[in-house]
Design a protein around this ligand. Sequence first.
Ligand SMILES: Cc1cc2nc3c(=O)[nH]c(=O)nc-3n(C[C@H](O)[C@H](O)[C@H](O)COP(=O)(O)OP(=O)(O)OC[C@H]3O[C@@H](n4cnc5c(N)ncnc54)[C@H](O)[C@@H]3O)c2cc1C
Length: 400
Amino acid sequence: MTDRQQVDVLISGGGVAGLTAAAAFGAAGFRVLCVDPAPPVTDEAAEGADIRTTAFLQPSIPVLEAAGLWARLAPHAAPLQVMRIVDAGGREPVARIVRDFDAADVSDQPFGWNLPNWLLRREMVARLAELPNVEFRPGTATAGVTARDDAALVRLSDGGQVAARLLVAADGRQSAVRQALGIGVRTTRYGQKAVVFAVTHQVPHDNVSTEIHRSGGPFTLVPLPDRDGRPASAIVWMERGPEAERLAALPVPEFEAAITERSCGLFGPLTLASRRAVWPIIGQTADRLTAPHTALIAEAAHVVPPIGAQGLNMSLADLRALLDLATKAPEALGSAEMLAAYEKRRHLDVQVRARGIDLLNRASMLEPQPLRDLRAGVLGALYGIAPVRRALMRAGLGVR
Ligand SMILES: Cc1cc2nc3c(=O)[nH]c(=O)nc-3n(C[C@H](O)[C@H](O)[C@H](O)COP(=O)(O)OP(=O)(O)OC[C@H]3O[C@@H](n4cnc5c(N)ncnc54)[C@H](O)[C@@H]3O)c2cc1C
């Protein structure tokens, strides 16, 4: 009766989570529209490119396979076989405790695979172009939402209107959908920021991801494929906000000296191999994950500090739950029953992980020496009990 577009699934947000969701629902045969006000930047050197990397943990891979994405991504991925935790919280910045969590203890697969975010966007946009039932409309934002009995009615910034059986809010930590529906959030501000960049180094990483704790937050090196014939890693360095801003503005030689010291020299001198980007760090959970005909996923639903590669993997767990429910009962897509089941499946996991990462982050930020010594003691003790060690690895991975 009107020119209102009808779709099965409208995805608000074309970040990494939203693009994955579009590919996954599209590959499952649903009619999908994905909107985002910002066209994706798919070239590392371009202005605005997201130079962060994402470590996809094992349980995320079947979601990427189902979406037809993994075959495209795997050739660019660096495997993560070992998670190394280093405590450098003594008086001098040296590694005083080193503990390796080896994936071989719990699985015949690596923990995960690391990829640059700009490359994820490039491959995801290319995948969407292969799916005739998926429309990706960059340059268009979600402007308003009204819940009807049979659908979510969505107003777009280009003046269009869409009726969606299921509206998936993947529009980030300031989610327009979440705000339009009046869903509140609980936000934790740590006063921290992360400086994100890539380095090359002399000592090979041997597919080990290394998290070094001193104070201010973790300094994490995640393996990348070699660059210019040299071993390379992506680094996330979390520090108190003003210190992070100071570090990010240092001249390159001074910055390289600072990162080499903060890495305890474990990889030899570090050479900066990218721009530096600064990200504010918060924790945030939405009061609810659903509204009529609407599901919140990814950072629209939960934001966690980047520790243990949990953020996007929690998002793909959201997507896995939604897809599972949608494909088992396609006729019930977006129904109250489907959304209640989604809320039930995801609520506890989100709360537990958000709380666990909050505690780890607070422990990593500690300044007083006695508390840093206590932290080192707890790490050593937990690691020493093999069943606890394996249980921690499985919990981090999200497998039983
Ligand atoms: C420093 C750092 C390192 C990280 N490292 C890891 C890691 O190693 N592993 C991991 O699993 N996670 C990691 N994370 C977390 C991960 O990056 C996030 O979970 C992920 O980027 C969130 O993606 P998203 O798609 O929810 O949000 P975003 O990437 O913010 O995407 C939201 C999208 O919504 C769009 N949007 C905004 N408003 C509207 C609107 N009105 N209508 C439609 N669209 C809209 C935006 O333009 C944007 O494209 C890290 C996070 C940080 C900060």
